[in-house]
Design a protein around this ligand. Sequence first.
Ligand code: C2E
Ligand code: MG
Ligand code: MG
Length: 563
Amino acid sequence: MDYMNALQNLSLEQIRAVIEVLQQSTDAYMFMLDLSVDTYILSEKATKRFPFHTTVIENCTDILKKVVHPSDYEMVSEDLEKCRSGEKDAHALEYRWMDRMNRVVWISCRGTVVAGAENHRLLIGTVSELGKKAKADNVTGLRREAGFRLDMGNQLRENPGSVHYMMRVGIDNFKEINEKEGIEAGDEVLRELAECILKTVDEDTKVYRLVADEFMIVVQGEAEKQEPRAVYRQIQQAIAAMAKRKEYSRFYTVSAGVLEGGFEGKTVEDIMRFTEFALNEAKRNGRNQMRPFEQADYDVYLRKLDIRKALRQDINHDFRGFEVYYQPIVSAADGYRLVGAEALLRWKNEKYGNMSPAVFIPILEESGLIIPVGRYVLWEAARRCKSWKKYIPAFHINVNLSYVQLHKSDLMRDVEKCVQEVGIDPESLVLELTESGYIETNERIKELFRDLKARNIDLALDDFGTGYSNMRYLKEIDFKTVKIDRSFVVQALQNEYDYNIISHIIDMVHSLGSVVCMEGIEEKEELSKMMAAKPDMIQGYYFGKPAPAEQFEKDFLMAKDSP
Ligand code: C2E
Ligand code: MG
Ligand code: MG
C-alpha cells in the first residue's frame, strides 16, 4: 500500500479523529495542514496553549500570522509555499510561536507532505516546544547561551572558517535601569535592543542572548559583508531612533567587543573569554564604543591576574617578600640636616623577582589588596620611626596612602590603632596622598582629613606637578607639605619657563603657610640650581636612595653621631 496516498479516502473529520488519537501518545502537538485549501487542523491540546480559537481553521494564513513570531513569519510562509508548490515534500524548521499570554515559545515544526482526497497536498506532522530554559529566552525571544554553546561547538568543530566574526554587545547602564526603573523596564530595554540588533543584521547572522544584558552576534560568510564597525554603528543608530520614537523616555548606550577571524583551533570557552575581555575593554575605555579583541592586551591582562595571584599568596604568607625601604628627607634651610624618611614599599617574588612599585601598587589597588598591605607598611614604618627617635627626637616618617585606603577602609581607625599600639607621637606621622586619589572629595573624606588634623597627623600632597595639578586642593585641604614630583623638577632643570613656575608655586605654597619638599634631586648641580627656588626639604638620590631599614639606620642615623 502506498502510504503517501493512503489518506486520499479519509474525510477531514476522520483525519481530525486520527490526530486526536495520536495526540494521546505524544507531548508534541499534532497537526495537519491542507495546503491546497489553506485549512489547518490541530489537536485540542494546542488550542489551550496557543491562540487558536478552534481545532479546524479555515483560511489559516491569518491565524498563523498571529501565532508565528513576526520576525519568523516570512521564513515560515516561504517554506510552506515550497511545500504547496511541490518544490519540497517536507517541512522542518525551528522558529518562534507566541503563546496565549503573548510570550515567545521556541518550537520545532516537522511534517511530511502526503496526497489527500482530490489530490490535495496535506502536510502532516508535529510541533514540539524546544524547552523554555536552555533554548530560548522568554524576554527577547532569542536563543540563550546554551544554544550558543551548542551551535558554536558544532560549527567550530566542523567548519571554523565559516565564522567571520563574533560581536558581544552589552548595555552600559543596565544595572542602573533595573535598579531605578524596575525589572520590567529592564526587560523592555532588552526586547528593544534585541529588535535593534535583529533589524541591523542580515538573515545568515545568528543572534543569541547571553547572561543578563549581553548579546552575541555571530556573522558568517564572506569578509566583505557587514563589517563589524558598520554593524555596531547601525545598532547604535537603531537605538537612537528607537529612543526618539519613544520620546526619549529612557536612555541607554551599548558597548561591544569583537573577535574577528582565526577561529580555527578555538573552543567555545576561548570565544566566551576573548569576547568578554574585548567587551570589558570597551567599557573600561569609557563605554559606548566597540573594541576588537587584541591578543597583546589580553596577555597583559593575564599577566596582571597572575601577579595579583602571586601578591595574594605572599600576603597570605605573612607578607612574604614584602619589605619597607626608607629614603632620607633633609632640611634645605638647615645644612641638609636629616629630618625624616619616606617609607617605600618593595616586593620580591619567587616567580617575578624584584618588581617596581609602579607595577605592583596599581594591581594591589585594583584588587583592594592595598588595604592589608597599607596597614603592614603603616605599622612597619611607625615602629621604625619610634626606634629612630633615639637618634633624632623630631624624626618623622612619611607613609604613602592610596585612594583605595581612603575610600574603602576605615583609615582613621587604622591610624588611631597604629599610633596606640606602636606608641608613637601622632606628630611624627605624615600621610602622603596623590592628587588623583581625592579628586572627588566627598564629605566623608573631608571629615577624615579634619579628624587627622585634630589628631595632629600631617598630610603631604604627593606627586605635585604631574597630571592635573589643582591649586584649589591646596586651599581646600590643609596640607602641611607639598611634594614636587621629580618629573616636574627635571623639566625645571631643562627650561627657564618651568623653573619660574616651580619658583612661583613655592612662593605661593609658603604664602598658604605650607612647606615644600622637592623630590628627585640626583646631582650636585641640580641641587644648587633648585635651591634658588627656596624649597624647604629635599628628597633625592643625591642624599640617599631608598634603603632597607638596617642599612638606613647604619648609613644615615648612626653615622650622624660618629665622626
Ligand atoms: P612617590 O611616593 O612619589 O615616591 C618617590 C619615588 O621617587 C620613589 O620611587 C623613589 O625611589 C623615587 N625617587 C626618589 N628620589 C629619586 C631620585 O633622585 N631620582 C629618581 N629617579 N627617583 C627618585 P619608588 O620607591 O619606585 O615608588 C614609586 C611610587 O610607588 C611612589 O612614588 C608611591 O607613589 C608608590 N609607593 C611606594 N610605596 C608605597 C606604599 O607603601 N603605599 C602606596 N600606596 N604607594 C607606594
Ligand atoms: Mg610619596
Ligand atoms: Mg612623590
